[in-house]
Design a protein around this ligand. Structure first.
Ligand SMILES: [Zn+2]
Length: 450
């Protein structure tokens, strides 16, 4: 009996050793395959890139979930077609662009809008190169395909991007300027990752707080007295209303699976430009979106309704979704205000000549194409022409992201007018409706872009 047992044991050990041996052979084989054949395929693909003629990239930036590039190149031969592609040895993804030709000179941009361009969320796992593909014909009328690479002419370097959390998963994208045998390349490497603790999907910024209540109103619609108190009804502060909507929105977005951070979670005063301030948290946490929440007051009581403020060079797709969802789910209407209006419920405010002359630092670095609200201008870095380069110290500290080409897409909401009684009643009673409208627009926008 004893002997037999031992024999069985020996058999077991031999069995396990055979499995380990087989796995080792398979492992070595796979390693050999990847080293020789896979890298060989990649090398063969990279060898197809043209040498000594590259497109010059003089601008590139990530804003929200989009990346944009601008550049130029020269082509001596005539071609039938030109496309921008993300390519590797197996796949080729066409990237939309706007191309202008002037004889042999070409200029291009991936979009005229900062919130359009290469959708970073969409790129499958893998390693890709951004290339210009030309399709021409030779003297025998045979098709000739050529690939041209890109050369960095900016002072900016590599970028890293974390995709939005989906089913508890994230990808990390490394966008790197490299060379392959003297050919300059722009390489996108997409890998599955675990989101670092300090990286978030969305930042919500409830305006004001602490010693700064923002706008105020009395709950029965009466006006505050000269000391700022209500003779009847309760004092309603904008800072608290902003916070209530923000807390509800955070919960709604978290229920949709997103990782969300608030610039404040209590009634406290926070800085604008210091780390984790109102203008910096979104970029300190690599958030893709920044949602600034406010309530308004006109001083006359007749103006009412929702206003969504957008940055410069922004297409209206996302803002329109916000307008549609908030007016429906919060049972409100778009604002009656005409000033700065670009579309129903959508507003865009730039500095005026007079305001530029009143800037604390002269000559001012603002122009009439600079966005007025810091929530939009400073959060967007170079995409939104941020201006706080440290010149306002000691009044404000420097915006550490003012010169960044990797920033959050930002919207400013004036959800309603606290000095209009019908708006005020809705603001007080329908916090969840406003939050639901915001959350629904965000999820719809991100879903259609994926
Ligand atoms: Zn406000």
């Amino acid at each position: 009996m004893k002997k037999r047992k031992r024999k069985l044991k020996m058999k077991g050990i031999t069995y396990i050793l055979t499995i380990i041996f087989t796995l080792c052979i398979l492992g070595i084989g796979y390693l050999g395959y990847t080293l020789i054949f896979k890298d060989n395929h990649k090398a063969i693909f990279l060898e197809t890139i043209e040498r000594n003629n590259y497109a010059n990239i003089d601008y590139y930036a990530i804003y929200g979930i989009h990346m944009n590039l601008k550049g130029s190149f020269t082509l001596e031969e005539d071609v039938n077609d030109l496309v921008l592609v993300l390519k590797n040895e197996n796949e080729e993804i066409t990237i939309p662009w706007e191309l202008e030709q002037n004889n042999q000179n070409y200029t291009f941009t991936t979009s005229e809008y900062i919130n359009e361009g290469i959708v970073l969320e969409n790129i499958p796992i893998g390693e890709y190169y951004l290339l210009i593909k030309t399709i021409g014909t030779d003297e025998n009328n045979e098709e000739v395909i050529k690939y041209y690479s890109l050369q960095n002419q900016t002072t900016y370097n590599d970028l890293e991007y974390y995709t939005l959390t989906k089913d508890n998963k994230n990808n990390k994208i490394d966008i790197e300027w490299n060379t392959y045998e003297e050919i300059p390349t722009l390489r996108f490497t997409i890998k599955e990752t675990t989101l670092p603790d300090d990286v978030y999907d969305i930042t919500i910024d409830p305006g004001h707080g602490g010693s700064d209540p923002g706008k105020t109103a009395c709950s029965d619609g009466s006006v505050t007295n000269s000391l700022g108190y209500c003779n009847s009804g309760n004092l309603i502060s904008e800072s608290n209303q902003n916070l209530q909507v923000a807390l509800q929105l955070k919960e709604d977005l978290e229920n949709l699976g997103y990782k969300v951070i608030l610039t404040r979670e209590t009634d406290e005063r926070i800085s604008i430009y210091d780390p984790y301030g109102s203008a910096t948290t979104a970029n300190d946490t690599k958030s893709k979106l920044n949602i600034a929440i406010h309530h308004n007051s006109s001083g006359v009581g007749t103006v009412k309704g929702l206003e969504v403020y957008i940055a410069n060079d922004t297409n209206l797709d996302f803002a329109s979704l916000f307008v549609d969802e908030i007016t429906t789910l919060a049972n409100t209407a778009t604002s009656t205000k005409q000033l700065y209006r670009v579309s129903d419920g959508i507003y865009q405010r730039f500095f005026t000549e007079e305001e530029i002359l009143e800037d604390d630092v002269q000559p001012s670095n603002k122009t009439t194409e600079t966005i007025y609200y810091y929530y939009l201008r400073e959060v967007g870095g170079i995409s939104t022409h941020a201006t706080n380069d440290g010149r306002y110290i000691p009044t404000y500290s420097k915006n550490e992201h003012y010169n960044s080409n990797n920033t959050a897409e930002s919207y400013l909401f004036e959800l309603g007018y606290m000095d209009n009684y019908s708006d005020l009643l809705n603001i007080m009673q329908n916090t969840s409706g406003y939050a639901e409208g915001l959350a629904t627009a965000i999820s719809k926008y991100l879903a259609q872009e994926e």
